[in-house]
Design a protein around this ligand. Structure first.
Ligand SMILES: Cc1cc2nc3c(=O)[nH]c(=O)nc-3n(C[C@H](O)[C@H](O)[C@H](O)COP(=O)(O)O)c2cc1C
Length: 183
């Protein structure tokens, strides 16, 4: 059964390593008939959560009228959410973290989004150990939100734009996307 997948890419750098990894995943997912909506959040205008708690009294509607509204709409229709990010100071980029923080709009609302499962794609300049704190954060967030982690791919030792090309992780990401089980 084809599934709806939202992919959020967090690098501010176009055609960077994490976007290549995301695109390899997307290629596999599309070849298997799934429906993909990709958001390059590194290039979108998405502010951090301002803790105004407007969402608490407005059915989870966020008071901030920025590009996150498009992502909210997509998260109400998709079954899977894929995060792709370079490692910035052992975590996600601030652009992607803003998106994660804005998921606060779902606070206290079970099954507010239709997302059931998630995947994490990371690239970093150092060895893969540099991604461990981001992976732990991802796993904790996903568990907290009641979603199921379906896998993590880390491409280590890539820094220059596009340096990931030819690396095995691209094939692994594509294969992972071609073998998605029930969301
Ligand atoms: C602000 C900044 C912080 C970074 N911090 C780390 C880091 O802590 N560890 C690491 O291994 N790489 C770090 N990097 C390197 C990137 O993670 C790496 O180049 C990645 O492949 C870039 O992905 P992109 O091409 O998709 O932007 C950092 C890069 C930048 C610009």
């Amino acid at each position: 059964m084809p599934i709806n997948i939202v992919v959020v890419t967090g690098s501010p750098r176009s055609k960077g390593n994490s976007e290549f990894l995301a695109d390899a995943f997307i290629e596999g997912a599309e070849e298997s008939g799934n429906i993909i909506t990709k958001f390059n959040v590194g290039k979108m205008e998405i502010k951090g959560c301002i803790a105004c708690e407007y969402c608490f009294s407005h059915n989870g509607t966020c008071a901030q009228d920025d590009d996150m509204q498009e992502i909210y709409s997509a998260l109400h229709k998709a079954e899977m959410l894929v995060f792709a990010s370079p490692i910035y100071y052992y975590g996600f980029t601030s652009q992607l973290k803003a998106v994660i923080d804005r998921l606060y709009a779902s606070y206290g609302r079970e099954n507010f989004f239709s997302i059931k499962s998630t995947i994490l794609l990371l690239t970093c300049e150092e060895e893969a150990v540099a991604a461990e704190s981001a992976i732990l954060q991802y796993k904790t967030i996903v568990k907290y939100l009641g979603w199921q982690d379906k896998g993590v791919i880390v491409q280590e030792l890539v820094n220059k734009k596009g340096e990931i090309q030819g690396k095995k992780s691209l094939e692994i990401a594509k294969k992972m996307a071609m073998n998605l089980q029930d969301p």
